[in-house]
Write a protein that binds this ligand. Structure first.
Ligand code: TPP
Ligand code: MG
Length: 627
């Protein structure tokens, strides 16, 4: 995956210093918006831009953001970015800044905002430690193709390389974890760089872009006009699929019977849900989404096989193993899906539609690669497939239905404690999957993926590629600030929640309609599960021996807290929590040692599926071989 840093790199980058933008130089920092005092009149900060006014770099930064259509940024101030924060103070009527409590939170919030809206999320931080705190979020956004722009302050150009106070070579540090990054060295380059950064972040395979701006560049002045377009000779994402390749794909879909449509996050990014549905309907194709593709196809549709991958359904994974044709739309043959690559779907012809050429033939060689935007390519396919009677694929569907009948998701409920799956079933039944839901990482994430019926891909915020504990709460903050009136859910674990717990302050400060559900198993549950199943139950440092009282923590931050410990309390607590205004935390104490099944152990073939102890035919949870 790391393949996706764009090609532009080689062309215009300053070889020595991290980064590069082509023109640059720059300025000083700034500070941020306080709530306007009650009764105070807010004067419009708008400028007449038709005259290309001479502005200092800091003002150019904020005016450029406004010209880009940005109205919300997440950030944390400090010395090197102070000039910009001072300008933010002046434009608060046009550009809102939300103060997070940790820079990691700012980036995940920008990601949550971006994923839930399709717009570019923006974060702003200071130099040195502020900047290094964004690294996890950048890598997360890179792996999940989320469009964000991060602006970091840098020490003055005269100090760069001097081990100056709060100096870090953030362009060097983030080179491998951004789609592109820039060090702005001239104030004249600021506006064009920002324009280009947004274009790169949102176009092609979206991703994170970082702009590092030295303090003197934000103090220098120049005439400001925002460029209208970006011309990059070396970067022109392919949108339409090659017609001959599309024709080959369509011929295969017509010809092969045991076909599966394997859809990923690219479908959500491209907004290609309707086309996927249409292709599935016209060609009677079973559909399985990856973790990132959840919501791109209705889970209630009869052609849905449920999620694919390590904790996907038995039927989805076995369908891939038994298929004679796999049609991958906007997914990347991730190892959580393929398992051992040499044993992956060996009998299937493979079609792969992806906007990122570096993803094609990267881990799995395919028969028909098509580089292009999922929506366009699917439309091209549909044009070649008249809406006639769909093929029956009766033997194939019979086989799939039989697998679904024998191996549905199942668990044994208990009366003495809350089973985790029960918790997710209740959540699904109370919400019907209609709310935006963020997750953290671990068992709760996988159960959420299995049971929460995500109604729309933009409602599903999860850290797929990087698996970043701590993502869930700040991502939900970003989504809750996207203008939605509905509550936003954050499903988290007792471990993950503590990784960005400080963002509770942001939730309360912004009076967010956020409902946090902590699936509290008093364990780093997913790691414990691996230790139970693969390390003979040697639990090494997975028991959270000290548990803070999450309800009290919520209250200490000014939020509301509830707890459910017994099955009979569960629904009432969830109802009360979902209906209480503002930020609410529900601490749901679940059975400690339940495992997530099905499970394909790391390194196993994708058909070596462990089923749960409840499964009638698979009581000992032994790997099964491909029949
Ligand atoms: C930042 C980070 N550190 C470590 C891990 C490894 N890891 C994956 S899942 C997990 C346990 C998560 O515990 P919790 O949040 O309580 O979720 P549970 O599995 O119990 O539902 C850990 C430690 C990770 N994914 N991210
Ligand atoms: Mg846990």
């Amino acid at each position: 995956m790391q393949g996706s840093r764009i090609v532009l790199d080689q062309l215009d980058k300053d070889a020595s210093a991290p980064s590069s933008a082509r023109r640059n130089q720059s300025s000083p920092p700034a500070r941020q918006n306080e709530p306007v005092a009650p009764g105070a009149t807010v004067q419009s900060s708008a400028l007449d831009l038709s005259t290309a006014p001479v502005l200092r770099g800091a003002r150019i930064v904020v005016e450029s953001l406004i010209q880009e259509g940005v109205d919300l940024i997440f950030g944390y101030p400090g010395g090197a970015i102070l000039h910009v924060y001072d300008e933010l103070y002046k434009v608060q009527d046009r550009l809102r800044h939300v103060l997070v409590r940790h820079e990691q939170g700012a980036v995940h919030a920008a990601e949550g905002y971006a994923q839930s809206t399709g717009k570019v999320g923006v974060a702003m931080v200071t130099s040195g430690p502020g900047a290094t705190n964004v690294v996890t979020g950048l890598q997360n956004a890179l792996m999940d193709s989320t469009p964000i722009v991060v602006i970091s302050g840098q020490v003055a150009t005269t100090l760069i390389g001097n081990d100056a106070f709060q100096e870090a070579d953030i362009v060097g540090i983030t080179r491998p974890c951004t789609k592109y990054n820039y060090l702005v060295k001239r104030v004249e380059d600021l506006a064009p760089t920002i324009k280009e950064a947004f274009y790169l972040a949102r176009s092609g395979r979206p991703g994170p872009v970082l702009i590092d701006i030295p303090k003197d560049i934000t103090a220098n002045t120049t005439a400001f006009s925002y460029p209208e377009k970006v011309e990059l000779a070396s970067y022109k994402p392919t949108i339409k699929g090659h017609p001959l390749q599309v024709k080959k794909a369509v011929d295969l879909i017509r010809q092969f019977d045991k076909a599966v449509l394997y859809i990923g996050g690219g479908v959500v990014t491209a907004g290609a849900e309707r086309e996927v549905m249409e292709l599935s309907r016209r060609m009677n194709l079973p559909v399985t989404p990856t973790l990132m593709g959840l919501g791109a196809f209705p889970p209630s549709d009869s052609r849905s096989l449920g999620m694919l991958g390590m904790h996907g359904t038995y039927t989805a994974n076995m369908a891939m193993a038994k298929a004679d044709l796999i049609i991958n739309i906007g997914a990347r043959f991730d190892d959580r899906v393929t398992g051992r690559v040499d044993k992956f779907a060996v009998n299937a012809k493979k079609i792969h539609v992806d906007i990122d050429p570096s993803s094609v033939n990267k881990t799995v060689m395919v028969d028909v690669p098509i580089v292009g935007d999922a929506k366009h390519v699917l439309q091209q396919m549909l044009e070649m497939l008249p809406d006639e009677k769909p093929p029956e694929r009766s033997a194939w569907w019979a086989e799939l239905r039989e697998m679904q009948r024998r191996y549905p998701l199942r668990y044994k409920d208990r009366t003495d404690c809350i089973m985790p799956q029960r918790f997710f079933e209740e959540l699904a039944s109370l919400t019907q999957g209609r709310y935006i839901c963020s997750t953290d990482v671990g068992q709760h994430q996988m159960w959420a993926a299995q049971y929460y019926p995500v109604a729309n891909g933009r409602n599903w915020l999860t850290s797929g590629g990087l698996g970043t504990m701590g993502y869930g709460l700040p991502a939900a903050v970003g989504a809750a600030l996207n203008g939605t009136k509905e509550p936003v859910l954050c499903v988290t674990g007792d471990g993950s929640f503590q990784m960005c717990i400080q963002e509770l302050a942001t939730c309360v400060q912004e009076n967010l309609n956020l409902k946090i559900l902590v699936m509290n198993n008093r364990f780093l549950g997913m790691v414990r599960q691996w230790q139970e199943l693969l390390y003979d139950r040697r639990y090494s440092e997975v028991g959270l021996k000290y548990f803070p009282d999450f309800v009290k923590i919520a209250e200490a931050y000014g939020a509301t807290g509830f707890r459910a410990e017994k099955p009979e309390e569960l629904r009432a607590v969830m109802e009360k929590g979902l209906n209480t205004p503002g930020t609410v935390l529900m601490d749901i104490i679940v059975h400690k040692e339940t495992n997530v099944f099905p499970m394909i152990p790391g390194g196993a073939a994708h058909y070596e599926i462990l089923l749960g102890p409840e499964d009638d035919e698979q009581k000992d949870a032994q790997p099964r071989e491909l029949a």
